[in-house]
Design a protein around this ligand. Sequence first.
Ligand SMILES: NC(=O)c1ccc[n+]([C@@H]2O[C@H](COP(=O)([O-])OP(=O)(O)OC[C@H]3O[C@@H](n4cnc5c(N)ncnc54)[C@H](OP(=O)(O)O)[C@@H]3O)[C@@H](O)[C@H]2O)c1
Length: 385
Amino acid sequence: MYAAATAPLTSTSPQLKLHPSLCPNGISLGFSLTFPGKYTTKKIPLSSVNPGLRISASASSPVSAEASKVSSVPAEMKAWMYGEYGGVDVLKLESNVSVPDVKEDQVLIKVFAAALNPVDFKRRQGKFKNTDSPLPTVPGYDVAGVVVKVGSQVKNIKEGDEVYGDIHEKALDGPKQFGSLAEYTAVEEKLLALKPKNLDFAQAAALPLAIETAYEGLEKTGFSAGKSILVLNGAGGVGSLVIQLAKQVFGASKVAATASTGKLEFLKSLGADLAIDYTKENFEDLPEKFDVVYDAIGQCDRAVKAVKEGGSVVALTGAVTPPGFRFVVTSNGEVLTKLNPYLESGKVKPVIDPKGPFPFSQLVEAFSYLETNRAVGKVVIHPIP
Ligand SMILES: NC(=O)c1ccc[n+]([C@@H]2O[C@H](COP(=O)([O-])OP(=O)(O)OC[C@H]3O[C@@H](n4cnc5c(N)ncnc54)[C@H](OP(=O)(O)O)[C@@H]3O)[C@@H](O)[C@H]2O)c1
């Protein structure tokens, strides 16, 4: 079993190789990165590197002992904030931020891990300023942690529960001012689910927004058993889960997906039957057409040429070409609860980019990496003090 060497990022683009292998807890995927020219592939045993590199999940994995470290709730906390829109330089780590109050339908979570999404940096850049909450902002949608306080109307979640979720019900429309990139965050009960028992906090944080987007998009296309699908951007946070859900949850007859040359084996390890190298082939020129095209990159004009007559094209970003349609994810803890059996059985696995997890202090580096648009699966922030 091997995992990525923590080689520094260079201006040359790294080639990602995946090494699926069997381990006592199920299937584990190790990575190695080849940096053309300057670096050669370096493999190091998975057991000797950060456990966050694992993208495996099984019913018997040990749960982190972190949860036992929860103590009384302080009045102030550390949080990443920005007071103006802009690049990564507007992000500041503050030490004296008030711990948020809980409303009656909310719980307070001690955050153990968070994950970044492109919406975090697009929001920080001011792209959604017309519908955003007022500045200053604590960024962060995805969270995994332990409940330390519950509001008076909370019914099913109690103190001490290990939970995960996307804390903003509407991604673009009035997201909360205080997000998950902090020691504590307040979240509505309905946006959360109990953390799958086999996943640690870093693995759980890698899921909510991406898996809810993957699921909602598939549902909106009317995807069902026996249908074929083409996923544009199969290696990213959302696409890596669309491939797995289409195959494992919806019963796809065929899954095709696009990525660059070094990530084709990775697509296959997720369950793709056909991995298309977008640097060498135009997917819309292939003779084969698909029942559904899931566009997770912003190529709807080309996506509509790859769908069968009467098929469906869903787009997450960019301009929409009919019959394609676009939607914005709605956070929903019930979707996570529904998918928990697939996660606990290991049929669907979180994917953590091998450059991470990034510790809380390295949020700027984590954002800079995500913003290269080369991340594999999710960029995770862990540990959080
Ligand atoms: N509407 C919604 O509710 C919603 C929800 C979630 C996300 N989104 C949007 O959906 C998009 C994807 O999100 P994400 O989190 O999955 O992104 P991501 O993880 O940052 O995607 C990174 C991946 O994109 C791949 N990529 C770059 N150019 C590509 C191309 N031309 N063809 C195929 N793959 C390409 C890269 O692979 P290579 O290195 O191989 O190129 C990389 O692995 C973002 O724009 C995001 O804002 C929208």
